[in-house]
Design a binder for this molecule. Structure first.
Ligand code: BG6
Ligand code: MG
Length: 214
């Protein structure tokens, strides 16, 4: 396929940097406190999914029925633990490969945006030294429906004034590839989602994007 894209929309967690283990540790603390079984395999199901939906997945193994207030309190507690852990992140958590590829794509005239379910997107971008780098950031704070709904990517495309068919979405989550398809975007899958046949391209490495977006 030889298509000329005008914009690239990157998922954050699992694409630009890696926060899964911190999500895991924070959810694990909550699950342990409630006596709920939780492991890294269940954690994989939380990829791309919003905080409250992640909690619902964890609560599938809870015998107790919780009120909405109790759920909100648990989600907030998890976020407090998670944000403390994120303080361990710094510019060294942005790989040279990712940064060099982003710079090269920008030099080719492509607009670069973030499309992430996370409400901590700006905090993470700041930690890894990318505050203010992207042309637009669409995240968990400006959407009502999270992936696999396409809203976060449609907003990102609007923010950079491009049509979905002119943008490529980069994702590591199955829910994210589904969201890209639902929004009419081509997608490139990396990491966990790289075996997903619904994606337009599969990346072995982030820099493979340079061969797709010429
Ligand atoms: C996504 C992660 O980027 O953000 C999910 O892949 C996470 O695992 C979601 O649940 C929401 O994150 P946050 O930071 O708003 O709790
Ligand atoms: Mg992700």
């Amino acid at each position: 396929m030889d298509k000329k894209y005008k914009g690239i929309i990157f998922d954050l967690d699992g694409v630009i940097c890696f926060t899964d283990h911190y999500h895991y540790l924070a959810w694990k603390a909550i699950a342990d406190k409630k006596g709920i079984y939780f492991d890294e395999v269940i954690n994989n199901r939380l990829r791309g999914v919003s905080r409250m939906e992640s909690l619902e997945i964890i609560l599938e193994r809870c015998d107790e029925t919780l009120t909405q207030d109790e759920k909100n309190a648990l989600a907030e507690e998890k976020n407090g633990i998670y944000k403390e852990l994120l303080k361990n992140m710094g510019p060294s958590d942005l790989s040279a490969e990712v940064k060099d590829t982003l710079d090269a794509l920008r030099a080719r005239g492509l607009k670069l945006a973030i499309g992430s379910s996370s409400k901590n997107t700006q905090f993470i971008l700041e930690r890894i030294g990318l505050k203010g780098y992207f042309d637009a950031v669409s995240d968990g704070n400006n959407i009502t429906n999270s992936k696999p709904d396409p809203e976060v990517f449609l907003k990102a495309a609007q923010f950079i004034h491009e049509e979905p068919e002119d943008c490529l979405v980069i994702e590591d989550a199955y829910a994210g590839i589904d969201a890209a398809c639902a929004g009419g975007f081509d997608s490139a899958a990396i990491g966990d989602a790289s075996a997903y046949e619904k994606s337009t391209y599969r990346l072995n490495s982030f820099s493979d994007l340079l061969a797709i977006c010429k």
